[in-house]
Each structure stands twice: as C-alpha cells, then as structure tokens.
Design a protein. Structure first.
Length: 192
C-alpha cells in the first residue's frame, strides 16, 4: 500500500527534490560552496534519491530530469560551461570588480592560474563561462578550504604552460609571488 502512495506522488517528489537542489546550487555566492554542493549532488544525492535510474516520465517536470541527468553526466567545469548564461552566472558568481586579464592572454594559451581567493575564483569562473583559454593548472600556496581543482604550488613545474597569471589584488603580494616563482624556475617573461 505504501509503495502505491509513493508511486502516486513520485513525480512531484522527485521534481521538488531536484528543484530545491538546483535552486540551492544556482544560489551559491562563491565557487567553493558551489563546488561542494555540486560534488555532493553528483556523488551522493543523485544515487540516494534514485535520480540517475529514474525515467523522464517519472518526473513531474521533465526539465528537472534533464538537470539531474546533466549533473550525473558532466563534471563541474563542463556543467558550468554548458549551463551558464549571464543570468545564471550572476546567480552563483558574486559581483566582482576583477576582470580576467584578456589582454595578457591569447585564446590558444595554456595558463597556470595562481591564487584561489576572490580574484582567482573570479578569473576561474569567467574562464569557465567564456571558454577563453585553457587553464592547465590552478594553484594556491594555502589549500585550506579551497575547491578540489586547486593544487599546491609545487605542481607548477609538472605542467607545460605559456603564461602564469597571478590572481591577487595586492601589488606587494603579487611581487612576492613573482619573486618566489622565479626562484623555483618559472621564467619571468611568462608571469603576468
């Protein structure tokens, strides 16, 4: 009898559950929170609620099924790019005065992004949305509470890149970082 009741409300339940998660995801104000929720939804939420095994017809609203299947299919970068437009981007990306340094980077450049604070997050998200260049590595010297995409500075010499963008707001800190990068063998002419 209980299964029969659930079958009657299944479409409404699934649509409401996925809708709430979609609203929370799109309402994230910083990339770290966005990344954590997306990862939880992808790795646990879909399976626990049976979203990935449900049929489109079981959802009250078919676009919610499509959202769930997109989360199941794509990694966070692909999902963000495929679903981003100016309204959606504004929903999860805080208003930022930090514009990606388009004039310093060519579209074909392989870029290391140094810095995962507000400036680095802003640059990273702008690049995901605009697909401007290829960020081959995103690093920070402090990995505490950083998204999983951010790696330690020691990884820089393990990748081939054309330019390294220092994404910090302080010129003094930028100079310190530049000096430390040159000391570990990064060519000064590649640092922006």
């Amino acid at each position: 009898m209980m299964q029969g009741v659930y079958d009657e409300v299944k479409g409404s339940f699934l649509s409401r559950a996925i809708s709430d998660n979609r609203v929370f995801l799109m309402g994230m104000r910083d990339y770290n929170s966005y990344s954590q929720l997306y990862t939880e939804l992808k790795e646990k939420g879909l399976d626990e609620f049976g979203f990935s095994s449900e049929r489109k017809e079981d959802f009250m609203y078919p676009y919610m099924y499509e959202f769930a299947m997109s989360v199941d299919k794509y990694d966070i970068s692909e999902y963000t790019y495929l679903n981003a437009n100016k309204q959606k981007a504004a929903a999860f990306m805080y208003t930022s005065p930090f514009e990606f340094p388009y004039t310093s980077v060519n579209k074909e450049d392989r870029v290391v992004l140094y810095g995962a604070g507000k400036v680095g997050e802003s640059y990273y998200l702008q690049n995901i949305i605009n697909k401007y260049c290829k960020i081959v590595l995103w690093v920070d010297r402090d990995l505490t509470n950083k998204p999983s995409e951010v790696k330690g500075v020691g990884c820089i010499n393990d990748v081939i890149f054309d330019k390294l963008i220092i994404a910090v707001n302080s010129n003094n800190l930028k100079d310190e970082i530049r000096d430390s990068l040159v000391k570990i063998g990064v060519e000064n002419k590649k640092i922006y």
